[in-house]
Design a protein around this ligand. Structure first.
Ligand code: ADP
Ligand code: ASP
Ligand code: MG
Length: 444
């Protein structure tokens, strides 16, 4: 999209060159007559997957620079690279030292920042690369899923005044003990939003291999529809329930800091999806989107003593080992003595969860651990659900009509989730997409 289109959308704000002061007072121009904005552009793995694609990214960045904007570009590793790096760490040791895991998996982004800086220089753009520790992106010490604390943008702001483009490695930071950290898979979205917040950027454009956020993953059904505007809250739920188009933390951060995020294609020149406040959406669907998460594993602790403190001990120990627990069901005990406790964890956390639970066996005295990695969580999300009953009923009836058994259910104000066998993922998503009137050729 060109700058004029952005001005029409109300994005452009004037910046006093050299002082870095952001004046959100409407549209003004610089002395040279151009509208200026400070923008963060983020390019995902597919968008930088080959050297030709990196050159394409460089051309896009140059367009923004030529329009008079101050630009920071955040990049991921080339597609497939991080998966390969993760696989290597697992081949060496399944329960590995998370600090060394980070050293390995952060390396993919070092390649792409360097290549993109070179491609920009080749086009005559003044650009330099920045690794996480060079900026620095300060994080906590939870390796593998670190959280960003502070970002020092002093030097970057100074370089903007000299017309330099910052090419920043996504996904990585530096922990309290000066060791490399990573932000969890898909984390360069969060790097971009965090940088946009720290720089007081006018917008954060997330360029990817789809042209926006869809009613469901377009890889699952060709009937998925592009959404022009989606609320932060809905995007947060969709992301946390598995829609990988944005990392969950990036949406939470955008919501918290009021960062204007747009998801758009790095291959096509057209507007994408804006993530906005609820008040900016005129017509509200009951269900806005459907997400699925195959990266779940179900764990059942059989014969858990039915007494106070047991759940606290189990989930407290899992949390202490940085294992996130999602859905939880506890049955009422038949005999008042013991019961079964079922919950889900991310499949990459399953080995660690087992290790923690086995460590508790002596203390708790449960009889068995049964785990099932072959499950998938399907979620329907929409802020319209708050005022419209019957969403869960439609979900259960639709799945029943397809003969799909529901194993666990959980709800929030704007979401209903069910856990089903992973074998039925596509069938369930497609059936629900139709049932809620979301199909592109439907009348929803
Ligand atoms: P990147 O490498 O650019 O970060 P990702 O693979 O992380 O890209 O995210 C983009 C992918 O997200 C798309 O290719 C699409 O398959 C998937 N996706 C899942 N849910 C959705 C959705 N609701 N809308 C758009 N894309 C989605
Ligand atoms: N390269 C990292 C990953 O594959 C970060 C990202 O793509 O956002 O998870
Ligand atoms: Mg991604």
């Amino acid at each position: 999209m060109d700058s004029a289109a952005l001005v029409r959308q109300g994005f452009a704000t004037e910046r006093r060159i050299g002082q870095g002061t952001l004046k959100r007072q409407g549209i003004q121009t610089t002395r040279s007559g151009q509208t200026m904005a400070r923008i963060v552009m983020k390019f995902g793995g597919t968008s930088v997957g080959t050297t030709d694609r990196i050159k394409n990214v460089a051309r896009r960045v140059k367009t923004e620079v030529d329009a008079g904007n101050e630009v920071a570009v955040v990049v991921s590793a080339m597609s497939g690279t991080t998966n390969q790096l993760v696989a290597w760490t697992n081949e060496i040791a399944r329960l590995h030292d998370a600090r060394e895991y980070d050293v390995v998996v952060a390396s993919g982004e070092q390649v792409t920042v360097g290549l993109l800086a070179l491609a920009l220089q080749d086009l005559g753009v003044n650009a330099r690369s920045w690794l996480g520790w060079q900026i620095p992106f300060r994080t906590d010490g939870i390796h593998g899923k670190a959280r960003i604390g502070e970002i020092d943008t002093t030097l970057m702001r100074e370089r903007f005044t000299q017309g330099q483009v910052a090419v920043v490695a996504g996904f990585q930071g530096i922990g309290p003990d000066n060791r490399i950290t990573t932000l969890g898979r898909g984390g360069s979205d969060t790097s971009a939003v965090a940088l946009a917040a720290a720089l007081d950027a006018d917008r954060c454009d997330i360029y990817t291999d789809v042209d926006g956020v869809y009613t469901t993953d377009p890889r699952i059904t060709a009937k998925a529809r592009k959404i022009d505007r989606i609320t932060y809250e809905e995007m947060l739920e969709l992301a946390s329930q598995g829609a990988k188009v944005l990392q969950t933390r990036s949406v939470a951060m955008a919501m918290q800091h009021g960062v204007r995020v747009q998801v758009l294609s790095s291959f096509e020149d057209k507007p994408g999806t804006m993530v906005v406040d609820e008040g900016e959406i005129v017509e509200q669907q009951v269900v806005t989107g459907i997400a699925y998460s195959p990266d779940e594993a179900k764990v059942t602790l059989v014969g858990v003593p039915d007494r106070p403190g047991v759940a606290g001990a189990i989930f407290g120990s899992l949390a202490d080992s940085a294992v996130n627990v999602d859905m939880i069901v506890q049955n009422v005990s038949q005999d008042g003595k013991s019961t079964d406790l079922t919950f889900t964890v991310g499949s990459t956390d399953l080995d660690r969860a087992h290790q923690v639970l086995e460590g508790l066996k002596g203390e708790l005295g449960y009889s068995d651990i049964v785990s099932d990695p072959g499950v998938c969580k399907i979620s329907v999300v929409g802020v319209g659900m708050r005022s419209q009953p019957g969403v869960a009923k439609t979900m259960f009836q639709t799945l029943a009509a397809k003969g799909i058994n529901i194993q666990v259910i959980s709800t929030s104000e704007i979401k209903v989730s069910v856990l089903i066998s992973a074998d039925y993922t596509e069938l369930a998503v497609r059936a629900l997409h139709t049932a809620y009137g979301l199909d592109a050729d439907g009348d929803g």
